[in-house]
Design a protein around this ligand. Structure first.
Ligand SMILES: NC(=O)c1ccc[n+]([C@@H]2O[C@H](COP(=O)([O-])OP(=O)(O)OC[C@H]3O[C@@H](n4cnc5c(N)ncnc54)[C@H](O)[C@@H]3O)[C@@H](O)[C@H]2O)c1
Length: 349
C-alpha cells in the first residue's frame, strides 16, 4: 500500500473544513494544524488528535507535513505560499490565490522554482453540474455563445465584518475587496472556466449596507474573447440571501442554474438530454442553510475532491486539477472590474 501524504492546515476558519476534508480523503493524513488564535487551534487539534502549531515556521519545519493548505486571510496567501514552497512543501491555497495579479505571479514563480505542486480551492469546478455545463459549451452545443450572466444576491450580517475574524473582511489589503473578490470570485472563476477568457470589463461598486472599506455590491459588464457579452452582479446586501444564478445562452439554446440546481437546459434537438439533465440536477427540496446567507455552510465534498486530487498529483508527479496559473485570470478579472469602477473607464485585460 502506498503511504499516505501528510497535510498541515494553516488558518482554522475555513481551514477547519479543510481539516475535515483531509481527514475523510483517501490517501491523505492530517498531521498538524496551525493558527495564531489559541482557541481555534486547540479545538481543531484536539478534534483530530494532531499536532498544534501557533507559529507558521514550526509547521513548515515539520518533516511529516508534505502539503500545506493555506486558509489564512486572502492577502496573506502568496507570502505564506512562497514560504511553504521554499521549505519544499506542496500547497493547496484557498481562493482567491491572493488579491493582486502581481502577488499571484510571484507565487507562481516561486512554485516553478521550487518544483512543487500548487492547487487552488475553486471547488465549484469540481461540481458535476458545472462540469456538464462546461462540456456542453466546449462541445459547441449552444452554438455561438451570446449571453453570459451571473448574479450573486447574497447576504451577510454586519457582524460578519466585525471581531478578530471579521475585521479583515471587506478591506482592500487583506480581502482584496468585498462581495466581488471574497464571495463573487468563485462565480467569476466559474464563468471564465466555462466560457474562456474575458477581454474587457466595465464596473461599478459601492458599500451600501455595511461599514467596510471596500464594497458590498458590484455590477459589471464583461466582454469575452469568444465574442459573448456578459453581466455580473455580486452583493452581500440582499437579505436573506438568495442562490447564485447563472444564465448562458447561445444561437442553439439556453442553460440556467441556481447554485447546483439546474433550472433550464434547452438545446435545439436535445429533448432527451434535457429530461436526463433535469432528472440528475433539477429542482428538489433542500434542507438547511446555504452559503447565500451562512458563510460556514460550505460543503466539504469539493474540498475533499481537491485534497484527493492533490494526493494523486504528488504521487503521479502531475499538475493538480486546478493550477495557480488557471486561477490567475479570476483575480485579473476582479481587479480589472475594481479598476474600471474607480476610473469610470473600460479596462482591457
Ligand atoms: N472555498 C471556499 O468556499 C471558501 C469559503 C470561505 C472562505 N474561503 C477563504 O478562506 C480564507 C480564510 O477565510 P475565513 O473566512 O476562514 O477567515 P477567518 O478569519 O475565519 O480565518 C482565518 C484564520 O487565519 C488565522 N491566521 C491569520 N494569520 C495567521 C498567521 N500568520 N498564522 C496562522 N494563522 C493565522 C486567523 O487567526 C484565523 O483563524 C480566505 O482566503 C477566504 O477567501 C474560502
Amino acid at each position: 500500500m502506498e503511504s499516505e501524504i501528510g497535510f498541515g492546515v494553516v488558518g482554522l476558519g475555513m481551514g477547519a473544513h479543510h481539516a475535515k476534508a483531509v481527514s475523510y480523503a483517501e490517501g491523505a493524513r492530517l498531521v498538524a494544524v496551525c493558527d495564531v488564535d489559541e482557541g481555534r487551534l486547540r479545538k481543531v487539534a484536539s478534534e483530530y488528535g494532531v499536532k498544534a502549531y501557533r507559529n507558521y515556521e514550526d509547521l513548515l519545519a515539520d518533516p511529516e507535513v508534505q502539503v500545506v493548505n493555506i486558509c489564512t486571510p486572502s492577502g496573506m496567501h502568496a507570502d505564506m505560499g512562497i514560504k511553504a514552497v521554499r521549505a519544499g512543501k506542496h500547497i493547496l491555497v484557498e481562493k482567491p490565490p491572493d488579491v493582486t495579479v502581481e502577488k499571484v505571479d510571484k507565487l507562481i514563480d516561486a512554485v516553478r522554482r521550487a518544483g512543487v505542486k500548487a492547487g487552488v480551492t475553486f471547488q465549484s469546478r469540481t461540481f458535476p453540474l458545472n462540469r456538464r455545463i462546461k462540456a456542453a459549451v466546449e462541445e459547441g452545443r449552444l452554438g455561438r455563445l451570446i449571453g453570459v450572466n451571473a448574479w450573486l444576491p447574497w447576504w451577510r450580517a454586519r457582524s460578519y465584518y466585525e471581531g478578530p475574524h471579521g475585521s479583515w473582511k471587506g478591506t482592500w489589503t487583506l480581502d482584496g475587496g468585498g462581495s466581488l473578490m471574497n464571495q463573487g470570485v468563485h462565480t467569476v472563476d466559474l464563468l471564465q472556466w466555462i466560457v474562456g477568457p474575458v477581454r474587457s470589463v466595465m464596473g461599478r461598486y459601492g458599500a451600501f449596507a455595511h461599514d467596510i472599506e471596500a464594497e458590498d455590491t458590484t455590477v459589471a459588464i464583461l466582454s469575452f474573447s469568444c465574442g459573448a457579452v456578459g453581466t455580473l452582479m455580486t452583493t452581500t446586501c440582499a437579505y436573506p440571501g438568495l442562490p447564485q444564478m447563472v444564465l448562458l445562452y447561445g444561437e442553439n439554446g439556453t442553460i440556467m442554474k441556481e447554485e447546483d440546481t439546474l433550472k433550464v437546459w434547452r438545446i435545439r434537438g436535445g429533448r432527451e438530454e434535457e429530461g436526463e439533465m433535469l432528472r440528475l440536477y433539477g429542482p428538489r427540496r433542500k434542507e438547511g442553510a446555504t452559503t447565500a446567507s451562512d458563510p460556514m455552510a460550505v460543503g466539504s465534498a469539493g474540498h475533499r475532491w481537491l485534497v484527493e486530487d492533490m494526493v494523486r498529483a504528488v504521487r503521479e508527479d502531475r499538475e493538480p486539477y486546478i493550477t495557480l496559473e488557471s486561477a490567475r485570470h479570476a483575480v485579473e478579472i476582479v481587479t480589472a472590474i475594481y479598476q474600471s469602477s474607480r476610473t469610470g473607464r473600460e479596462v482591457f485585460l
